[in-house]
Design a protein around this ligand. Structure first.
Ligand code: ASP
Length: 304
């Protein structure tokens, strides 16, 4: 059974932003589904994520949040279950569509993860378009984050993360929303995720998104893409753990609920199995999601 599910990031979504974001999610899932019909699940995930990267309403590609020094560092990852195909990029700054670069790493190099300047060089070899990806919204958001951080006392290193989480919980609108897509054509499952990272991050920080098994994974007919505070997702290798649970016999929805319940961090996940079942789970205010399956044919919106 064919199925595709895409998410626009876990967090708290303002009404206006959501109104702009939902049609883009719908379009992403429609385009992804048509590629599934053409028998191209890898293309389905890539194109769905690309559409979200090209929109300023999501924290990926254009619209990415900025590091605390104002720099842009984007991460992306794509994974297929069988034959296992893994590609990820870390800290790219100019590439318009990091998910496409992740796919190039997976399919055109012998590596799985590339970062920084070397990854950008690969993008140039393959003539990937560059873009001006910093939006006014991202700049304003950074100013707000800086303001809040300056008002807080500087704690010791050990309390740094919990302070950061407290702050983000207090100002959840500051960290929407990474994008992801998971699709199956009934034979293979592909998962992809793309992000500008979290709002409160030091330059050089790497989140869960480009870490295979943390933010993005596919294995044995199960695939998942996570969103939220990456540190919490890395701690439990959330997407790998979800697929492992499914292998041990947990129904897909229960596995998704359990992994989200395993962390105190704000997180969310979407998942698909080879049978075409799609699920979502999150512990944040919302996580807008669009789904299209062979069974229902209509696009459904969830998580808002
Ligand atoms: N998971 C992403 C990160 O930590 C952020 C997000 O999902 O909004 O980099």
């Amino acid at each position: 059974m064919r199925a595709i599910i895409v998410h626009g990031g876990a967090g708290r979504w303002g009404e206006d932003r959501l109104k702009n974001a939902l049609p883009v999610l719908r379009k992403a899932v429609e385009v992804g589904y048509s590629l599934l019909e053409e028998g191209d699940p890898m293309g389905a995930v890539e194109e769905a994520v690309k559409i979200l990267e090209d929109s300023p309403y999501f924290n990926a590609g254009k619209g990415s949040v900025l590091s605390i020094d104002g720099s842009l560092e984007m991460d992306a990852c794509i994974v297929q279950d069988e034959p296992r195909t893994v590609g990820a990029v870390i800290g790219v700054r100019r590439v318009k569509n990091p998910i496409t670069l992740a796919r190039i790493v997976a399919e055109r190099t012998s590596h799985h993860i590339m970062y920084g300047e070397g990854a950008e060089r690969l993008a140039r070899i393959f003539n990937l378009p560059e873009g001006n990806l910093v939006t006014d919204y991202a700049r304003k958001r950074l100013e707000k984050v800086r303001e809040k951080l300056l008002k807080e006392e500087i704690g010791d290193e050990l309390s740094l993360m919990s302070r950061t989480v407290d702050l983000i919980r207090k100002y959840p609108h500051l960290f929407i929303g990474t994008v992801g897509a998971v699709a199956t054509d009934g034979k293979v499952v592909v998962a992809g995720t793309s992000t500008g990272g979290t709002s409160i991050k030091l330059p050089g920080r790497v989140g869960d998104t480009p870490i295979p098994g943390a933010g993005t994974w596919a294995e044995d007919g199960c695939g998942a893409s996570a969103t939220g505070i990456g540190e919490g997702i890395i701690q439990i290798l959330l997407t790998k753990t979800l697929c492992e649970m499914v292998k041990r016999g947990f129904p897909l929805q229960e596995a998704a609920n359990r992994v989200v319940g395993m962390t105190k961090y704000p997180v969310g996940v979407i998942a698909v199995n080879r049978e075409g079942k799609t699920v979502l789970a999150y512990n944040t205010d919302s996580m807008p999601v669009a789904v299209k399956t062979e069974e229902k044919k209509e696009v459904e919106i969830h998580g808002v």
